[in-house]
Design a protein around this ligand. Structure first.
Ligand code: 6LW
Length: 499
């Protein structure tokens, strides 16, 4: 099967994957940071094709994000199945929050209200149960504490287990497994940037003592010219046929040097075998064009939004509705622009290096449009108001109106094309070009601005997320008939074939 893997298996901002298998079914979760709903959950029967079946934290009572910074909020979940229930433990890094545990019998939900875990320190919590039913919670650092998952009560004090390879920074993302005669402790180290790697240790009991694998790191792409970089934060799973697999995060930097990744940290799959000495060996991380189909058109005919749609820091309720004008998405402004932490924005992850986004926007009662967002300080948008459209770029402390055009009264088709730079003529070439424009009555797309995509990359903006593209309202109410997302730059007429 290894040669069939087209990595990343989950393209776009899907970091910190955690996986478990129940019978023939695999389930996988990722971090979601400041976005609502939180912790997307996917199902697969072959590890290659993943379908989102929901979001674990999909109610405000489970996901308080007030005051969360961008790249704050929900970090690094662990998903496990134990005793007939799915368990998910995760950190909410928002002010006043912390580690929490939710459970469900159906991974598509509903998930329970959170059990808060004030005794669990730090980030990246993991769960493992020993043969006596005791639950061990291991966190970044790496340390460990016993836990009663039903009450959230911790037992004893956290104990330091292992600091990873001497000299390597950030031992984190621990996962503990009983495999054969050993307990294996898998960690990430070197930081989640170009130095990232995966290391492992093993011991006779869940609490150790742990001896490191002599071949650590068992996976890293540091100082290689592999197109996939920053590989780390892994989890292991065994298939029903006995084979072993690793899911992990990696990035695909584009452009010249030093390289800019724009889709965030993505989920990759690699085969794992076990050497005679009982240590795991990670096979080749094959790449290739990811097969995830583009979502096509959402025409907002359903009252429920698809699970891929994200808002920022809160559920938007009445300010984001398909009920007000049937068949249209209505967004009602709170914040005055995408610079504002409480902007009303509804977007989905950019999952393709090149893609085309279109919407029919009615700005008769407001101001709003289509945006590519990395965070509050890094976004490009094309914004409609009555009789006018304009392109705005916010890059760090600078914000500017790049272009303005008059348009006839009535709804207007706004568009964004993201075009990956495949030819790097110059070491300073950026990763892609973001073209923002309008489509006129003649169906021709008129570009108003072509902007260098590097400014909406993690290397420029910082943080842990990736690009999210969608609609927003900056004033009044703005209505959107549909949002199209296609994964190639073809003729504009192709858009007709999306239904
Ligand atoms: C996460 C840490 C990491 O908590 O990045 O890549 C942090 N690894 O384990 C945020 O995703």
């Amino acid at each position: 099967m290894s040669d069939m893997i087209t990595n990343p298996v989950l393209p776009g901002f899907h970091p910190d994957p955690s996986i478990c298998r129940v019978g023939e079914d695999y389930y996988l979760v990722c971090s979601s940071f400041e976005y609502f709903p939180g912790v997307p959950i996917f199902h697969s029967t072959d590890l290659l094709t993943w379908t989102q079946i929901g979001n674990v934290l999909d109610r405000p009572s489970q996901l308080p994000l007030a005051g969360a910074a961008s790249s704050g909020g929900i970090y690094a979940p662990t998903l496990r199945y134990h005793d007939g229930r799915f368990h998910l433990i995760v950190t909410n890094a928002s002010p006043g929050q912390g580690n929490l545990l939710v459970t469900a019998t159906d991974p598509a939900g509903p998930w329970s209200e959170p059990v808060m875990l004030p005794g669990v320190p730090g980030i990246d919590p993991d769960l493992a149960w020993d043969e006596d039913g005791a639950c061990w919670c291991t966190v970044a650092g790496v340390s460990q504490i016993r836990l009663d998952p039903a009450t959230g009560q911790t037992l004893g004090e956290p104990r330091r287990l292992w600091s990873g390879t001497p000299g390597a920074k950030a031992p984190e993302a621990p996962h503990l497994y009983r495999i054969g005669e050993y307990w294996y402790l898998l960690i990430a180290e070197g930081g989640t940037e170009r130095g990232h790697g995966v290391s492992i240790a093993r011991g006779p009991a869940p609490s150790g003592p742990f001896e490191p694998c002599p071949a650590n790191p068992i996976l890293t792409h540091r100082s290689t010219d592999d197109p996939v970089q920053n590989t780390g934060h892994a989890d292991l799973v065994q298939a029903p046929d006995g084979s072993w697999w690793m899911v992990l995060l990696g990035v695909r930097p584009g452009g010249g040097t030093p390289g800019w990744h724009v889709l965030g940290r993505e989920t990759f799959l690699a085969p794992v075998t076990w050497a005679d000495d009982g240590w795991p060996v990670v096979g080749e991380l094959t790449s290739g064009a990811p097969t995830m189909p583009a979502p096509g058109r959402d025409d907002f005919d359903d009252s429920q939004l698809a699970p891929q749609w994200l808002s920022i820091r809160e559920r938007l309720d009445g300010d984001c509705t398909t009920g007000e004008r049937p068949g249209w998405l209505t967004l009602r402004a709170r914040g005055a622009s995408l610079d504002d932490p409480d902007v009303v924005f509804l977007g989905r992850r950019q999952q393709h290096l090149s893609c085309r986004i279109r919407t029919l926007a009615d700005a008769a009662d407001g101001v709003g449009g289509l945006a590519v967002r990395l965070d509050e300080r890094h976004h490009y948008e094309i914004e409609a108001s009555a009789g006018q459209v304009r392109v705005i770029a916010r890059i760090g402390p600078l914000r500017t109106v790049v272009a303005t055009a008059a348009v006839p009264a009535g709804p207007v088709v706004l568009g964004i094309d993201v075009i990956a730079n495949t030819e790097i003529q110059d070491p300073r070439t950026g990763p892609d070009t973001v073209v923002l424009g309008i489509q006129g009555q003649d169906r021709e797309f008129a570009a108003l601005a072509e902007l260098d995509g590097r400014y909406l990359s993690t290397e420029v903006a910082g943080g842990f997320t990736g690009r999210v593209i969608g609609a927003y309202a900056a004033s009044g109410a703005v209505r959107f008939d549909y949002i199209d997302y296609i994964d190639y730059i073809g003729d504009i007429g192709d858009i007709d074939h999306i239904d």
